[in-house]
Design a protein around this ligand. Sequence first.
Ligand code: ATP
Length: 605
Amino acid sequence: MADLEYSLLAEFYEKIESTSSRLAMTDLLVGLFRKTPPEVIDKLVYLTRGVLGPDYEAPELGVAEKLALKAVAQALGVGQKEVDEAYKKLGDIGLVVEELMNKRKPSSLLDFFGGASISSKPLTVGRVYDSLVNIAKATGPGAQDTKITILVSLLKDAKPKEARYLLRAVTGKLRLGVADMTIIDALSAAFAGSKAMKPVIERAYNVHPDLGYIAKVLAERGLEGIKEVKVTVGIPVKPMLAERLNDPEEILRKLGGSCLVEYKYDGERVQAHKKGDNVYLFSRRLENITSHYPDVVEMVRENVKAEEAVLEGEIVALNPDTGEMLPFQELMHRRRKYDVEEAMEAYPVAVFPFDILYVNGESLLDLPLPERKKRLAEVIREGDRFRLARFTVASSAEEILKFFEEAVSEGCEGVMCKSQSPDSIYQMGARGWLWVKFKRDYRYEMTDTVDLVVVGAFYGRGKRAGTYGALLMAAYSPEEDVFKTVCKVGSGFSDEDLAQLPKLLEPYRIDHRHPRVVSRMEADVWFVPAVVLEVIGAEITLSPMHTCALGRIRPEAGLAIRFPRFTGRYRVDKKPEDATTEEELIEIYKLQRKVALPKAPVEAA
Ligand code: ATP
């Protein structure tokens, strides 16, 4: 098979390291690409990016330095101490091996000229790449020895400069800083005649974000081949990203006077690919996260009716007892702390699909959003934990704000406002004005507890089947002598509390809403207002779901306690009329301390 000498690549790396101009870097790459046989151009691209494949399925490079130093000593026949000391001095394993090789006395004429041993075969890009893959893939007992053996055999055939880059590559330290866009520029110039074809190549890269593959298609089949690159089940598409604004008026102006407003769930974005029974899940950064969410895999298998589909949604952690949404941190906690099986119990998740990119051989990328939404609804069978992302259509700031408040009070981060215009395509890999996120940049902190009256209850599920999952809580309005709802509380109850709740509440149970209770929610069970519990929450927010202070702060919005928790104190000393009042809640709302929200946490590896 046609191949390229690794020494050419090493020389190229050396030149790249000494250039500070991006243009010069691109030109060097163009020259290299032109010399490279198409058969190995993918491997050359991976090696140059310092990886062994596309981000979504590359075997992990990164042999421990200690192991690599051992291989150096063995390959060069030098004492380990000398190698380790050189490393201490130079701090770069590449330079260590190069220097030691240069110092070595030539033992033959061939050695003198080539720097490698007599029986050596020159290193090629193909061989280096394949060997690095074998090193990365070696696992289990004996893996260390296998890695060393492969590395030693490469080093025996390497010239000093080649060894420098080989060692950096194998330890994951080859940092040339060649950006993907520079590679695309160079590919465009080398194989498409000029840089003008860059958008076509970029599009193919967004559909199939594997630069090795793109380079190979271009080198082998030119632009015609590139134009045929399509969405493929199992290969993640680069996700569409949103701009951000904090003013609903401005959002509407940007989006042409009306838009689709959707809950912005506080979870992890997922791109789900389905082909028959096979399901693959990819993260926002295109990592394969299938093994993290066997429950989501099952849901996609069950609830996506199409044989083949690619859709996007948000995975959100739920409170297992109440089914309410939990913040993003909980989901990350699930990932870090538990093994997958335990995590599924402790932190069940729901999936909220919001877009569809492909179905049964047809790409939907260029359809406007309203049509994609229609297609999404057609292929989805909604279930308890697999529901279409909630959205509405808004044409006034007031409508956006109202939906925003509802979203926040349900545990969301805010809303996504999305263009519905004829050109509202799925804009892969780009941050643009077709989607605008509207989030809060601060929240308020609730510092004190409140005493609320139990006016209703919702049946529990899972572990809480047979008892109540959450209680509907209300504040008292002395002026009107009614109880107005402010939250559903499901957290903070001990097993003992849970066991005795139905008994405790039984005497007050009635089969309809009590006339002194004002509620917009339909509880499963209603009570005569009697039992008072102490509750604390993260903050008090505006919400269209609750009736406390409805219309007092903003039209059509009441007050709600976000992430409420029972403190464990039954206020048996209080009559329902002694509970926290509507006026007091308004005061607490106004006095809340404003706290800056932390920056979005970095996705856990
Ligand atoms: P970005 O993804 O824009 O770089 P980021 O990672 O900081 O920014 P956010 O600013 O929170 O994330 O906003 C974008 C993210 O919101 C999406 O990547 C997606 O995970 C999430 N999201 C939640 N609900 C939706 C929705 N309905 N539509 C689109 N994205 C949503």
